[in-house]
Design a binder for this molecule. Structure first.
Ligand SMILES: [Zn+2]
Ligand SMILES: [Zn+2]
Length: 107
């Protein structure tokens, strides 16, 4: 067993984010498959995941439009960053759980 690598990787893996429910706040966009969600498309640093938010950051929307101008007319939302269809909600939920779970219960 390699115990040294285990302690080292603990510092910056899962659980970097707080899961919040603030419907009035602006939500920033990240690529669902991004290695890190710490910087949004508009360059804002994120420390919270807020699925309850109803307002999307206009700068993030501008970024998306610049990357993929046709996104509004597409039936299925295609990720503007890697031009691949986004994973389904279930997978995104799992990722959110991973990113916000400090204890890593293994769910
Ligand atoms: Zn933004
Ligand atoms: Zn994506």
């Amino acid at each position: 067993m390699d115990t040294t690598s285990q302690t080292r990787s603990d510092a910056m893996t899962a659980g970097e984010f707080r899961l919040v429910a603030k419907p009035d706040e602006t939500v920033h966009l990240v690529c669902c498959r991004d290695a890190s969600w710490q910087v949004a498309l508009c360059g804002t640093e994120c420390t919270e995941i807020n699925p309850a938010a109803e307002v999307v950051c206009t700068m993030c929307v501008e970024e998306v439009t610049a990357l993929r101008p046709q996104w509004r007319s597409e039936a299925q939302f295609v990720c503007p960053v890697d031009a691949t269809r986004c994973p389904d909600e279930h997978e995104v939920d799992l990722r959110i759980a991973r990113e916000t779970d400090r204890t890593r219960s293994g769910r």
